[in-house]
Design a protein around this ligand. Structure first.
Ligand code: PLP
Length: 428
C-alpha cells in the first residue's frame, strides 16, 4: 500500500470509495464486539476456578498465626497474604497492608486521606488553595477520575517507552509546591505498555520537589502480567522503595497492586506497600475505617498462589492466552495500516493494552465510526485528563476480552474506520 501522503487526489478518492464500500458492508453485518475495557477473557477467569474449591466447610480456616479467618480482626492482613502481596509489590511482608477487593479503592482512599489529613505532619491538602497532580499521558482514565472527583488539578506529562519524560517532570515539581504527586504505572503501563527504565525510577526518587510531602502513586497493576514465560530483562523494574531510600526520600512513594488480573477482578485481593512511617500512618487512619478485610479471600489466594511461589506459573498460563491476541492486533495493524503512514502503535510485552495514535483530529471520528459498525472501543480522550486529548489522536485498544475470532473481526472494523477517518480528513 502506498503512503496516503504520496497519493494523488484521484488515487485518494478511489481509495476512499473502496474503504467506504467495505465499511458499509461491515455496518450491514450488525456486529456486536467489544474492545473497550481491559477485562480478562472467560478462558483467563477459568484458570482461577480451582481457587474456589480450596476453602470449603471441611477446610482448615485458620491462618498460620492462629487467626480464625471466619471472624473479625487483623487490620493489615494475615501473614501468608502479606507474603503473597509482598511478592507482587516487590517488597517485604512487614511493609505490606493487605486491603479489600480492588487497588482502585485503595488509591482513592489514600488520596482522600492525604486531602483530609495531610501526611507526616503536613497541612491537609484540602486546606491548600490548590493541589496539582502530574499525569503521564496517555494514562489510565480511572486515575484521572480520582483526581477530578477530589478537585485535584491534573497536569499532563508526555511519556516515551522509558516512562514519563523526566526533564519535564523535574521542571514541574521543582518550583511549584502545589504539585503534590504523580501517577505511575511502572510496568506494562496502561495503555502504552511502557516499562519504566532504571534511570526514570532513580530520577523520580531523587528529584528536588518544592512540596516536601510529594507522593508517587506507584500503581503496579501489571507487575507479573507478561506475555512470555521468560520476561525480557528490560521489564524488570527497579524497586521504587529502594530508590527512594537511597535518595534520602524514604516516604515519597506509595505502592499499590491487586490480584484483579491474576484471579478474579472485583473478587481479588488488593494491597499497598509503603515505608514504615507511612505504614504506621495509614494503619492509624484505617483503624477508624475498618476492623479488617476479607480474610477468607486472603487465605484462599495465599494458598492458591502458594504465597507468591505459584505466581509465575499461573501468570504464564494467562500470558499464553494473551500473547496470540496481542500478536493478532499488531499484525493486523501492520498489515492494514503499516504502509499508509497514517498511524503508529505500541507493541507491548505485557499488560492489557495497545496504545494507538491515529492522525491528529481523527480519534473521536474513528471511535464513532467503529461504534456504528458494532465495535465498542474505549472512548477517545479517555487516556487524557478531563477526557481531553488535545491532538484527538490517541485510542486505547483492549484486546483481552473477545475470543480470537471476534478480535479478528473487530480489528477488521477498526482498521477500516482508521482509513476512512484519515481519508475523509485528507480529502477535506
Ligand atoms: N490500575 C491500573 C493501571 C489499571 O489498568 C486497572 C484496571 O484496569 C486498575 C488499577 C484497577 O485495579 P483494581 O481492580 O485492583 O481496582
Amino acid at each position: 500500500m502506498p503512503r496516503y501522503a504520496d497519493m494523488s487526489k484521484a488515487e485518494l478518492e478511489a481509495e476512499l470509495a473502496q474503504v467506504r464500500a467495505r465499511y458499509d458492508e461491515m455496518v450491514a453485518r450488525r456486529l456486536s464486539l467489544n474492545m473497550a475495557r481491559g477485562k480478562p477473557s472467560a478462558a483467563q477467569l477459568e484458570l482461577s476456578l480451582p481457587m474456589l474449591d480450596i476453602l470449603d466447610a471441611a477446610a482448615d480456616l485458620t491462618a498460620e498465626d492462629g487467626t480464625d479467618c471466619r471472624n473479625y480482626g487483623v487490620l493489615d492482613g494475615i501473614p501468608e497474604a502479606k507474603r503473597l502481596m509482598a511478592t507482587l509489590l516487590d517488597d517485604e511482608p512487614e511493609n505490606v497492608i493487605v486491603l479489600g477487593n480492588a487497588s482502585l479503592t485503595a488509591m482513592y482512599d489514600a488520596m482522600v486521606r492525604l486531602m483530609l489529613f495531610g501526611t507526616q505532619g503536613s497541612t491537609p491538602w484540602a486546606q491548600l488553595p490548590e493541589v496539582k497532580w502530574l499525569c503521564p499521558v496517555p494514562g489510565y482514565d480511572r486515575h484521572f477520575t480520582i483526581c477530578e472527583a477530589l478537585g485535584i488539578q491534573m497536569i499532563p506529562v508526555p511519556m516515551d517507552e522509558n516512562g514519563p519524560i523526566m526533564d519535564e517532570v523535574e521542571r514541574l515539581v521543582a518550583n511549584d509546591a502545589a504539585v503534590k504527586g504523580i501517577w505511575c504505572v511502572p510496568k506494562y503501563s496502561n495503555p502504552t505498555g511502557a516499562t519504566y527504565s532504571d534511570e526514570v525510577v532513580r530520577r523520580l526518587a531523587a528529584m528536588e520537589c518544592a512540596a516536601p510531602d510529594f507522593r508517587i502513586f506507584w500503581d503496579n497493576a501489571y507487575a507479573v502480567h507478561h506475555f512470555s514465560d521468560d520476561p525480557a530483562e528490560q521489564d524488570a523494574v527497579l524497586d521504587i522503595a529502594v530508590a527512594c531510600r537511597d535518595a534520602g526520600n524514604p516516604d515519597r512513594y506509595l505502592k499499590f497492586g491487586s490480584t484483579s488480573k491474576i484471579t478474579f477482578p472485583g473478587a481479588g485481593v488488593a494491597a499497598a506497600a509503603a515505608s514504615p512511617a507511612n505504614v504506621a500512618e495509614i494503619k492509624r487512619h484505617m483503624n477508624a475505617q475498618a476492623i479488617g478485610h476479607d480474610k477468607l479471600n486472603q487465605l484462599r489466594h495465599a494458598r492458591f498462589l502458594n504465597e507468591g511461589a505459584g505466581l509465575a506459573e499461573h501468570m504464564a498460563r494467562h500470558g499464553a492466552l494473551m500473547e496470540p491476541k496481542f500478536r493478532l492486533v499488531t499484525e493486523r495493524l501492520e498489515a492494514e495500516l503499516g504502509g499508509a503512514g497514517i498511524a503508529t502503535w505500541t507493541n507491548p510485552r505485557g499488560g492489557y493494552f495497545v496504545s494507538f495514535e491515529g492522525p491528529a483530529g481523527t480519534a473521536r471520528r474513528i471511535v464513532d465510526l467503529a461504534r456504528t459498525a458494532g465495535v465498542v472501543m474505549t472512548g477517545a480522550g479517555a487516556t487524557w485528563p478531563y477526557g481531553d486529548d488535545p491532538a484527538d489522536s490517541n485510542i486505547r485498544i483492549a484486546p483481552s476480552l473477545p475470543p480470537l475470532e471476534e478480535l479478528d473481526e473487530a480489528m477488521d472494523v477498526f482498521t477500516c474506520c482508521v482509513k476512512l477517518a484519515a481519508l475523509e480528513q485528507l480529502l477535506g
